[in-house]
Write a protein that binds this ligand. Sequence first.
Ligand SMILES: Nc1ncnc2c1ncn2[C@@H]1O[C@H](COP(=O)(O)OP(=O)(O)OP(=O)(O)O)[C@@H](O)[C@H]1O
Length: 425
Amino acid sequence: MIKLSNKEITVQPQNTEVVVSVENVSKKFCRDLKRSLVYGVQDIATELVAANRKGDTLRPKEFWALKDVSFQLRRGEALALIGSNGAGKSTLLRIISSLIKPDAGCARIRGRLAPLIALGAGFNPILTGRENIYANMSILGLSTKKIDERLQDVIDFAEISYAIDAPVQTYSSGMAARLGFACAVHIEPDILLIDEVLAVGDIKFRMKCHRRLAKLREQGTAFILVSHNPAAILNVCDSAAYLSQGKLIATGSVDSVVQKYEEDLNLSSAEKSVGQIFLPKKPESESTGIDIVSLCFKDEQGNVMETLLSGETASLCVECKAYREIAKANLCVTVTAIGGERERIFYLTSGSDNEDLKVLPGKVELQMYMPFCCLSAGVYSAKIFIKEGAYSFDAVESFRFTVKANNAAHESLFYQPRQWKIINS
Ligand SMILES: Nc1ncnc2c1ncn2[C@@H]1O[C@H](COP(=O)(O)OP(=O)(O)OP(=O)(O)O)[C@@H](O)[C@H]1O
């Protein structure tokens, strides 16, 4: 069971051991360097005289990077932590791994913790990969004998044997991330904190990481996986927490939390009706020339579709208000599947199909007509933007839609248009 801000998500039996307990954690920072140094000295002095520091009030120019965050993580659980830039995710991980102290509340851990908080974190750039493996794994609590035993496995996992005796400063960011990940998983930690590391590396390596994480979980490792891009998370996580401006906004299943996050991110003031979203009106002074007003899928009769059906006709309709003529508007559509690996399913643009869409000032609807919807059943997110050449006018980051399928199409990866024949001679 993961307990977050009084909400509970049942994942594991209640009696499973708690390995991370974060209780009402708050952390404040100051953006003004001079003041920050002064506050730092004041805080140390206050601690030295053992007086109670007033951790719950903000001094001038301070802000809460985390405010009253509580949750528990039990053995074998996986939590995805999502939120936009500056939400407080890394700060929370730093507090859990004792790199920084909270101003209020506390974070307790039980067992061996491996923090993978930055790419190649803990690596010394002038040491070789091999030397760094020893340094890194011994910091994480392994004896030299154990490291000797596991060294080859680490090198093999990271797939960088060709560069293992070169200084880490000569590594690409992907190579450093591989090595960091390999070290962390090979210490067989009780708790693994992973900050964005899985976003680096090619798909083959990412899949390997996911498989290894699944294996570690079976063995009881709990982990917190951080991402501001939910695309990478996570068939591996059973729950998610969404952090915004230091506060826990939503917790629960990965899908519901990601949905809430994406809604806030892209469409915070958009209105929704079934199958259609309406973007907030912008004054002309804020317009770049053409603004997206609403988005939906329509059937051949022009009715808004609540859900698409695999194999059926549908048009993605982007209603816009144009303030000027655009000779060669380019409608670009990226579709990714939600859940699973969330890799891009397709990226289509009218421009690359040599279709120049001429927009005249006024109300206009750009359409992508799909004679067959080739997506299999599932939930998808479309990113839609309008460009002319390299210039982008307006975009919608995430338009969620659902595709249903009938009969055997459920078993298929995509819809295959087909005709069946029999020729008897
Ligand atoms: N040492 C620091 N001094 C001052 N402000 C800081 C410090 N560390 C972090 N912050 C601020 O605290 C807030 C939270 O930062 P944090 O790095 O935790 O966000 P994040 O969610 O991990 O962001 P990202 O997704 O971009 O990595 C941000 O506004 C950041 O600027």
